[in-house]
Design a protein around this ligand. Structure first.
Ligand SMILES: [Zn+2]
Length: 167
């Protein structure tokens, strides 16, 4: 892992990174194998453990390697994230009962980054879902169970036909 390479680092010493340990088979309530939607050489996609109130099934596209933020991410890895994000967004639009897709990617606390490993949010949008009102106020989100996440992971996986294992 390339921890602490950034000039603009906020990752605490000894940080236990959930997106790294998940790839190594360590799981907990927020990080389950059934959350994984697709795995490629440099990126993977999963269902997020926290959703905005009116936007169920949010996905995250994450680098396989540990890069704290976009500044640290090598161009070829950033390209791989965008390639998979593109595929996940198209799959989500086809498979979910949504009417739009929003991408968000946060760097540093001022942007509301809360996991110190690069990830892109892929959010299913609905008319009048007031996503930006909730995001501005920092409320309206909730942690969701693995059982709630599982059917959304299956919907995306059925569209993508990509490996879902880190092996
Ligand atoms: Zn990590």
């Amino acid at each position: 892992m390339l921890v602490g390479m950034t000039t603009f680092s906020h990752e605490p010493p000894g940080y236990s990174c959930p997106f790294c340990v998940m790839q190594h088979g360590e799981i907990d309530d927020l990080n389950q194998p059934t959350d994984v939607v697709a795995v490629t050489e440099l990126a993977f996609a999963r269902i997020a453990p926290r959703w905005w109130q009116h936007n169920p099934g949010e996905a995250l596209v994450i680098t396989r390697g540990h890069y704290e933020n976009l500044y640290d991410t090598p161009p070829e890895v950033a390209h791989a994230v965008m390639d998979l994000t593109h595929r996940v967004a198209v799959a989500m639009r086809k498979a979910y009962p949504c009417e739009g897709i929003t991408l968000r990617q946060n760097n540093e606390p001022a942007s509301q980054q809360d996991v110190w490993h690069l990830h892109m949010h892929v959010i299913a949008r609905h008319p009048r879902d007031v996503l930006y009102v909730h995001a501005k106020n920092g409320r309206g989100g909730r942690w969701v169970t693995a059982e709630e996440r599982r059917p959304f992971a299956q919907l995306l996986a059925d569209e993508l036909h990509l490996p879902r294992s880190f092996d």
